[in-house]
Design a protein around this ligand. Structure first.
Ligand SMILES: Nc1ncnc2c1ncn2[C@@H]1O[C@H](COP(=O)(O)OP(=O)(O)OP(=O)(O)O)[C@@H](O)[C@H]1O
Length: 504
C-alpha cells in the first residue's frame, strides 16, 4: 500500500469520549476511514506511541450501532448505552475456511449530565459510522463520481414471495433480514407480498422508482426474472433497469445470489450473508439477455434449462412439499434414472466472433428508447459464421453465472456480469453415473468428454422432441428460442470488489 494511501486510512474522521462499561474506564472512540477503534485516552495524546486499542473493527465488518434507549445495566440514568454490531469473518477450527459471526461491543455515551444529550451524541455517532461505511462502499465498489456523492440512506422496496422455497420467506425476512436492515439504517419504504404469478412484474412496472434507491427480493430466481422484465417493460426502462437489486435466498432456486456469495467468498444460502451484501450499498453490474421465442420476448439474468434439467425444473414442481433444493435433487435423480434424449439443434456464434453480433434494436413508434433485443429472430436463417450442432441431447444448461442452485455449481469461472452464456450439454452417450456427478457437482467437462461446453453471446436452440424450456426457473413457450446477451445492463447490491467498473 502506498504511504499516502495508508495516511489517508489513518486519518481520524471523528473522535469522542465514550465509556467502556466492562472496564469502567473512559476511552476514546476513533472513527477512521476504514476502521473504528476504542482506545485509552492517554494513547491519543500528541507524541504518544500508536494507541493500543481496547477493541478495533474494520468498517467493512460493521452492521451498525444499536442504541438502547432503556439501559437497565448502565451506571446512571443519564447514560445512553449502545451496541456496536459487527459481522466478522472467523476461521473454522479444523478447515481453512471462514464463516461470519455476529458480535457486539458495548459503549456508553455519558459525557453530558442528561440522557437526551447523550442519546443525541450516540445518534450522531450512528450516523457518522453509517455515512463512512457507505462512503467506503461507494469508493470500493462503485466507480462513478455521482454515485460516490449520493450518500442518502438506503430506501428500499422489498418484494417477498411467500410461495417460494419452503414457503417461509416472510418469516425469514422479518426475523433475520429486517433487523439487519434496521441496524444498518436502511429504510424499508414498502413491503410487497406477492399474491400470484406475475404480481412482482406488474408491481415494478408502475411503481414510483424515484422514491427508492434499490429493490430487495426475498425469493428465488423466478421473482428476479419477473422484476427484470417489469423494469424493462417501463417507458423509462433505460434508467429503471439500473435500479440496484438486492437478493435474499428464500427460494428453491437461488442461483444468482449463490453465485454472488460464492464470488464474494462468503458462505452460500445463509440469509445473513446475503443481507450483508446489500446493507453498505456497494453495487456491481450484471448482464441481462434477450430471449425470443416465436410468440414472445423477455429478458433473463440467470440460466436456461432444456432436456433433462428443463423437465426437472417443471416436473419437480409436484415435489414442492420437499422444499428447498431437495426437490431438485429428488427430481434430478428420477430424471437421471429415466435418462431421456431430446432431439434438437443448437446454433451459436462462438464468443471470439462477438464483434459481429451487435444487437439490433426494435423500432418503437411510442418515442421510447428502443429496447435491446436479439440481432436475429427465430425465423431468420442462421448466419454463415455461426456453428450448428445437432443430436439427441440429454442435458442442456445455458448459464450466465457460476451456480445452478444453492449448492450446485455449474462452472466456478463464470463470473457475474462476464458478458457470456456458457452452454453445457451432453448427448445420449453420457452415462447415468456421469450425469449424477453433474447433479451433485459441476458437469466435469475436463474429466468426461461426454460433457461439452460452449462460450457464446448469441445462440438459437431449436428443440424437436417434446419437452420443456425454462428461463430463470420460469416455463416459456416450447419451440425455437433465440438468446442474446446484453452486457452490464443491470445492477446488483454486492460486496464483490471489481476495479474500473463502468456503471454508465
Ligand atoms: N403468492 C403466490 N402464489 C403462488 N405463486 C407465486 C406467488 N407469488 C409468486 N409466485 C410465483 O412463484 C414462482 C416461483 O418463485 P421463486 O422463484 O421466487 O421461488 P422458487 O421456490 O425458487 O421457485 P422455482 O424453483 O420454481 O423458481 C414464480 O413463478 C412466481 O411468479
Amino acid at each position: 500500500m502506498a504511504e499516502s494511501e495508508q495516511e489517508c486510512l489513518d486519518t481520524v474522521v471523528k473522535s469522542g469520549s465514550v465509556l467502556a462499561p466492562w472496564l469502567g474506564v473512559n476511552c476514546t472512540l476513533l472513527l477512521k476511514q476504514d476502521s473504528l477503534a476504542c482506545v485509552y485516552p492517554e494513547a491519543t495524546a500528541a507524541g504518544s506511541p500508536p494507541p493500543l486499542p481496547i477493541f478495533a473493527v474494520k468498517l467493512e465488518d460493521v452492521v451498525g450501532l444499536k442504541i438502547l434507549q432503556d439501559s437497565p445495566f448502565s451506571s446512571s440514568p443519564s447514560v445512553c448505552r449502545a451496541e456496536l454490531c459487527t459481522y466478522q469473518k472467523v476461521k473454522r477450527f479444523i478447515s481453512s475456511s471462514y464463516y461470519r459471526k455476529f458480535s457486539t461491543e458495548i459503549l456508553e455515551f455519558s459525557d453530558a449530565k442528561d440522557f437526551e444529550t447523550n442519546y443525541k451524541t450516540a445518534k450522531e455517532w450512528r450516523e457518522s459510522i453509517q455515512l463512512q461505511c457507505r462512503k467506503n462502499s461507494r469508493n470500493l465498489f462503485v466507480f462513478s463520481p455521482e454515485q460516490i456523492d449520493r450518500l442518502e440512506p438506503m430506501q428500499l422496496l422489498v418484494i417477498i414471495n411467500p410461495f417460494s422455497g419452503r414457503k417461509n420467506g416472510q418469516k425469514l425476512f422479518q426475523n433475520i433480514a429486517r433487523p439487519m436492515f434496521d441496524l444498518a439504517g436502511a429504510v424499508i419504504v414498502q413491503e410487497v407480498i406477492t399474491e400470484r404469478q406475475g404480481h412482482a412484474k406488474e408491481f415494478v412496472e408502475t411503481f414510483d422508482l424515484t422514491s427508492i434507491t434499490g429493490i430487495v427480493l426475498a425469493s428465488g430466481d423466478g421473482i428476479v426474472y419477473e422484476v427484470i422484465n417489469g423494469l424493462m417493460a417501463r417507458p423509462d426502462w433505460e434508467t429503471a433497469i439500473k435500479t440496484p437489486i438486492g437478493l435474499i435466498p428464500t427460494g428453491s432456486g437461488n442461483a444468482l445470489v449463490s453465485s454472488l456469495l460464492y464470488e464474494a467468498d462468503e458462505e452460500k444460502a445463509v440469509i445473513e450473508n446475503a443481507v450483508f451484501q446489500i446493507i453498505n450499498g456497494g453495487i456491481q453490474t450484471h448482464d441481462i439477455a434477450s430471449v425470443s421465442t416465436g410468440s414472445s420476448h423477455s429478458y433473463m439474468g440467470v440460466l436456461i434449462h432444456w432436456a433433462l434439467t428443463g423437465s426437472v425444473d417443471v416436473e419437480s414442481e409436484k415435489l414442492r412439499i420437499l422444499g428447498g433444493e431437495l426437490r431438485t435433487i429428488v427430481g434430478g435423480l428420477i430424471s437421471i434414472i429415466m435418462k431421456r434424449g431430446y432431439q434438437g439443434q443448437l446454433s451459436y456464434l462462438p464468443i471470439d466472433e462477438e464483434s459481429s453480433v451487435a444487437a439490433t434494436e426494435r423500432d418503437t413508434s411510442s418515442g421510447e428508447a428502443a429496447r435491446p433485443t436479439t440481432s436475429i429472430s427465430v425465423s431468420d436463417p442462421i448466419p454463415d459464421n455461426w456453428k450448428t450442432i445437432e443430436g439427441n441431447f440429454v442435458m442442456f444448461i445455458g448459464l450466465m453465472l457460476s451456480h445452478m442452485s444453492d449448492s450446485i455449481m455449474g462452472h466456478s469461472d463464470i463470473k457475474i456480469g462476464s458478458g457470456e452464456h456458457r452452454i453445457v450439454y451432453a448427448f445420449d452417450d453420457v452415462t447415468r453415473a456421469q450425469l449424477l456427478t453433474g447433479l451433485v457437482g459441476s458437469p466435469n467437462t475436463a474429466k468426461y468428454d461426454t460433457f461439452h461446453e460452449i462460450r457464446t453471446r448469441a445462440f438459437r436452440l431449436n428443440p424437436i422432441s417434446p419437452g420443456f424450456i425454462t428461463v430463470d426457473g420460469e416455463l416459456v413457450d416450447y419451440g425455437p428460442i433465440q438468446v442474446q446477451v446484453h452486457p452490464g445492463m443491470m445492477r446488483l447490491y454486492s460486496r464483490i470488489k471489481k476495479c474500473n467498473q463502468s456503471l454508465d
